[in-house]
Design a protein around this ligand. Structure first.
Ligand SMILES: NC(=O)C1=CN([C@@H]2O[C@H](COP(=O)(O)OP(=O)(O)OC[C@H]3O[C@@H](n4cnc5c(N)ncnc54)[C@H](O)[C@@H]3O)[C@@H](O)[C@H]2O)C=CC1
Length: 385
């Protein structure tokens, strides 16, 4: 999860000399971010044509992801703990793109080239030195994390689609068999690449806790202009091979406590919630689990039968469907009628708007922030395509 802006930058005007120079550059380039991005990639591909094949054929969908990640990291250069964790994940996550240590200097040189052109008003030798130091730190953490990961996990997994269940005209449950064991925790997500859109990766949560047969399943909704999601829903068939990146995400069950779990799943966001329920069941904890499953209409409650079956099997589980059209309130507000929730750990999964308002409602009903878990809203935005 990218570090949060407030946590990292502190009040304006504070920070190390390098952080101040970096922030000054960022203030200059932010209004022309699109131009910086285009110029950065133009430089990269003209100077290093061999790197072009690491990126998708059509760059418009995610062309600024690399640059954005680097700029986010540079802006948070003073916040070492959060930054190192973020960069280690970024370094490990880049293995699936085929990134190698020798690529980093080329990227750094083009980053400096693009910044010096568009931040010309503040660019000087001190600023350049600050960026070089920041980029050296950033790239070394990423390179080291990737090297350490190489010793214990593949860069990606191939997985064969073994079942494809179209639950609504635009939601499919896709089950795959990875080519080698795939270790993960319930509540986590992975990145998926289809054969039809090479090098375009999208995030999906695991819809089950780890299974003894090693199969993994995902809930995919075809969204407008979503290349990967439309391919997975409308084109993929059993026998097709997809690629999976490493597992990620921290929305996992804390098995050291016996607090109840309050779970809010909106739309296909129910997928990881189902995995969490299975995880509690397997641990035999018998903790109280209260699931609120939100959907726009009853047709959109594509997984309600599974959830109700789980409820029948497990007396500690309660599942409530909240249908916008009938309830006249959206999912997060619906929990106000129940509770009290202040002794519960809360888990949120769904569209970014639901996560944002869900966090507000939960705080409002007395759930402390440290007991509220969800994946980064930025990651979810990327997943919705
Ligand atoms: N497929 C997956 O594995 C996962 C998907 N997600 C995310 O979940 C979302 C699912 O999309 P859809 O199924 O189209 O869901 P949707 O847009 O139909 O929303 C589902 C429900 O969430 C609530 N909701 C939506 N927007 C809200 C807002 N602004 N404020 C308060 N409540 C709101 C409503 O109760 C709504 O019925 C996507 O953004 C996806 O990225 C999240 C985690 C896992």
């Amino acid at each position: 999860m990218p570090p949060s802006a407030e946590a990292a930058t502190g009040p304006a005007g504070t920070g190390s000399p390098d952080a101040l120079l970096i922030r000054r550059t960022m203030a200059e380039v932010t209004p022309v971010a699109d131009k910086v991005t285009s110029y950065f990639y133009a430089l990269l591909f003209v100077r290093h044509p061999d790197l072009r094949s690491l990126f998708p054929a059509a760059m418009d969908t995610q062309r600024d992801r690399l640059l954005r990640a680097l700029l986010t990291a540079a802006e948070h250069i003073d916040n070492r703990d959060v930054l190192v964790d973020y960069l280690q994940k970024l370094g490990r996550g880049h293995r699936k793109y085929g990134t190698r240590p020798e690529h980093y200097p080329a990227v750094g040189e083009c980053l400096i080239g693009a910044l010096s052109k568009y931040a010309a008003g503040v660019w000087n030798p001190e600023t350049e030195a600050a960026w070089v130091r920041a980029y050296t730190t950033i790239s070394q953490v990423m390179i080291d994390a990737a090297a350490a990961d190489e010793l214990r996990a593949p860069a990606w997994w191939y997985a064969e689609i073994v079942a494809h269940d179209l639950r609504t005209p635009d939601v499919a449950v896709v089950t795959v068999r990875p080519d080698q064991p795939y270790p993960f925790l319930a509540g986590q997500y992975t990145s998926v690449e289809t054969p039809w859109w090479p090098r375009i990766w999208r995030h999906y949560s695991f819809a089950s806790a780890p299974r003894s047969d090693g199969l993994l399943s995902f809930h995919v909704k075809a969204v407008p202009a979503g290349w990967v999601s439309n391919a997975l829903v409308h084109r993929a068939r059993p026998g097709d091979i997809i690629r999976l990146g490493p597992p990620a995400g921290s929305m996992t069950v804390d098995h050291t406590t016996d607090s109840g779990l309050l779970c809010l799943g909106g739309g296909t966001g129910i997928a990881p919630i189902k995995a969490l329920v299975e995880d509690v069941a397997e641990h035999g904890d018998r903790r109280s689990v209260e699931v609120f499953y939100g959907a726009r209409t009853d047709h959109d409650l594509y997984d309600i039968d599974t959830m109700l079956r789980l409820q029948q099997t497990h007396p500690w589980l309660s599942v409530r469907a909240i249908i916008d059209q009938q309830a006249h309130v959206q999912l997060p507000d619906a929990i106000r009628t129940y509770g009290p929730w202040d002794e519960f750990d809360a888990y949120l999964s769904g569209p970014p708007g639901m996560i944002r308002s869900g966090v507000d409602v939960l705080r409002d009903v007395g759930v402390p922030s440290e007991r509220i878990r969800h994946d980064s809203v930025e990651e979810l935005v990327a997943a919705g395509s």
